[in-house]
Design a protein around this ligand. Structure first.
Ligand SMILES: *Cc1c(COP(=O)(O)O)cnc(C)c1O
Length: 413
């Protein structure tokens, strides 16, 4: 559910016509709907209200500080994967006791930063990382609260680049080795074991992998209990999919219902780390058509490319393309909608039926709120897009478009 809808001919974000935003702030521009973000957050909260839980928004999906602050005010914590994300979360006033830190390559500086910030938990991805955290905690006279990121050997049945729950990927500790590493962790003086973490992938559209994963993890916690290790937090990661085209991912309520059965009578707090399912459909990207080129194929050439939204070319992802103003003629053409970047892989839509846009028309790339701006780059020396948050009738610039000066800000000339 989201609040990007046509009213007559015009596509709106809540109560604001997108054409107005495009004219006022220029293109490419990311537009988010506050009402949609709040709705998604509350859907999770209500769906999981019968399970003791903490929702930690996956900052990597969208790290705009205004959006993080909005979520923090609603009660969310943060799932971070870098020192930079920790910085952002703290900057907007996030409670460190609601921050969990995952990632295979935490540096010494990042670990020290997180320890000094007193975050809730490190999700540890290797034995060497565990040893390192113990050493740094000792130096800082802190105790590191930890969980192991366990690889439950579950196939998330999603794109291989966003699948993480199998041995062949770099993430986590194989579940059959977890008990031994927990026993090792128990002997370390500067760590306190509080959790188990697993995250099996992203854009998952069925409940079965989640159930499978949790069952495997619960079996592990029972074995841990037998050796005197009590787990307080079960972090089940993120990964719930959204509808880009015709997917029918489970609702948070369906997921919670199935998980609840497994959790009955257990005294643990669940940590959820949704990213995409909170912010994906709450944001769109608006671009403008520069030229129409009819070669052996139709190309709609636009000012919006892979540096703004890399998902189509990186994951072969589908994003719906809608005209910002529907003409009375609902004609379509078959072809590619491409950007200005000098790469053949620079496309937003490929070999598809597309609205028959003309030079100067604005279009909306739907479902671009997650892994959109956060994965954007300056490739081809293109300044990064602006971001706008809509709340009812109000559209607010929450990140200025980068300028040419920004492109050389850190250069030593
Ligand atoms: C990416 C990631 C998430 C968020 O995944 P979504 O599919 O966006 O919900 C959560 N936890 C971890 C550890 C991640 O790496």
């Amino acid at each position: 559910m989201h609040f990007f809808k046509y009213r007559g001919e015009e596509l709106y974000a809540e109560d604001v016509p997108l054409s107005k935003i495009a004219k006022r702030f220029g293109t490419p521009v990311y537009v988010y709907s506050r009402k949609t973000i709040e709705r998604h957050y509350k859907t999770y909260r209500d769906s999981f209200k019968y399970i003791d839980h903490l929702l930690c928004f996956a900052v990597k999906a969208n790290s705009n500080p205004v959006i993080l602050k909005l979520l923090a005010r609603l009660g969310a914590g943060a799932d971070i994967v870098s020192g930079g994300e920790l910085y952002l979360a703290l900057k907007i006033g996030m409670d460190p006791q609601k921050i969990v830190y995952t990632g295979v390559g935490k540096t010494e500086e990042e670990i020290a930063f997180a320890l000094n910030s007193d975050i809730l938990m490190f999700n540890i991805e290797s034995e060497e990382e565990l040893r390192q955290i113990d050493i740094i905690a000792k130096k800082l006279k802190k105790k590191a609260r930890i969980g192991l990121r366990v690889n439950p050997e579950v196939d998330a049945k999603t794109h291989p680049y966003i699948s993480t729950g199998l041995k062949k990927y770099k993430f986590g500790i194989p579940i059959e080795e977890a008990l031994e590493l927990y026993l090792f962790a128990k002997r370390l003086k500067n760590v306190e074991i509080i959790g188990v973490h697993s995250h099996i992938g992203s854009q998952i559209t069925v409940t079965e992998p989640f159930i499978q994963s949790l069952s495997n993890i619960l079996r592990l916690t029972e074995n841990l209990k037998r050796v005197g290790i009590d787990i307080k937090y079960l972090d089940i990661g993120g990964g719930l999919g959204i509808r880009y085209k015709d997917e029918e991912p489970p609702l948070p309520s369906q997921l919670s219902m199935e998980l609840k059965k497994l959790l009955l009578g257990r005294n643990v707090k669940i940590i959820l780390e949704p990213g995409r399912s909170i912010i994906g459909n709450a944001g769109i990207l608006i671009g403008k058509v520069l030229y129409i080129k009819k070669a052996h194929k139709n190309f709609i050439i636009t000012d919006t490319g892979m540096n703004d939204l890399v998902r189509p070319t990186l994951y072969q992802a589908y994003h719906q393309i809608l005209p910002v103003v529907k003409s009375r003629l609902t004609r379509t053409v078959f072809g590619d909608l491409v950007g200005p970047i000098c790469e053949s892989g620079d496309y937003i839509a490929k070999d598809r039926s597309l609205p028959a846009l003309k030079r100067g028309d604005y279009f909306a790339v739907m479902s671009a709120g997650a892994y959109g701006f956060s994965m954007s780059s300056n490739y081809n020396a293109r300044p990064r897009a602006a971001e706008v948050l809509v709340d009812g009738k109000k559209a607010t610039l929450i990140r200025k478009r980068e300028s040419y000066d920004d492109l050389i800000r850190n250069c030593i000339l």
